[in-house]
Unconditional design. Structure first.
Length: 158
């Protein structure tokens, strides 16, 4: 069993290597399949609209914290630490529902995006604000025109 010890309690996940194919895909045991770096991909959508807000990663501890507190925590690969979404910006994500895919190696989080409604550190609602276009054989990104809901320089001081 994968154990994630946190402040308030200890959440335990089943070990996917101890489950049969049928148990993993059809059973009731939550057994997230963390990759070699101890991470699982998390796709985050907005409750109500269903819009994809962001894609991030969770380790066992951030997953346990999310389930315990109801506020989404991720693992920041760039900072190598637990990251409570909105801790600096006030854009907290409240967990409404968590699902896993058939082989339990991806999580789908449905959240209420609080604050000004921005999930992206650039101040936009979604991290997916650019469109990939092919123009005369050249691939480029085109801004979708999504407005900033906050000024990242003012919020993060960067």
């Amino acid at each position: 069993m994968a154990r994630a010890k946190t402040r308030a309690m200890s959440i335990t996940f089943a070990d996917p290597t101890n489950l049969s194919h049928d148990e993993l895909e059809e059973g009731t045991a939550f057994a997230p399949r963390f990759d070699a770096q101890g991470l699982v991909t998390a796709v985050t959508t907005e409750a109500g609209s269903g819009r994809v807000l962001m894609v991030a990663h969770m380790n066992a501890q951030s997953l346990a914290l999310t389930l315990e507190t109801g506020e989404v925590h991720y693992w920041s690969r760039s900072r190598a630490k637990i990251w409570k979404k909105g801790e600096s910006s006030g854009e907290i994500q409240k967990l409404i529902e968590m699902r896993t895919d058939c082989d339990q190696d991806v999580l789908l989080l449905t959240v209420e995006q609080t604050g000004r409604g921005a999930a992206c550190h650039t101040g936009r609602k979604s991290c997916f604000y650019r469109i990939v276009k092919v123009d005369d054989g050249a691939v480029k990104l085109v801004d979708s025109g999504e407005p900033r809901l906050f000024d990242p320089k003012a919020v993060y001081g960067v």
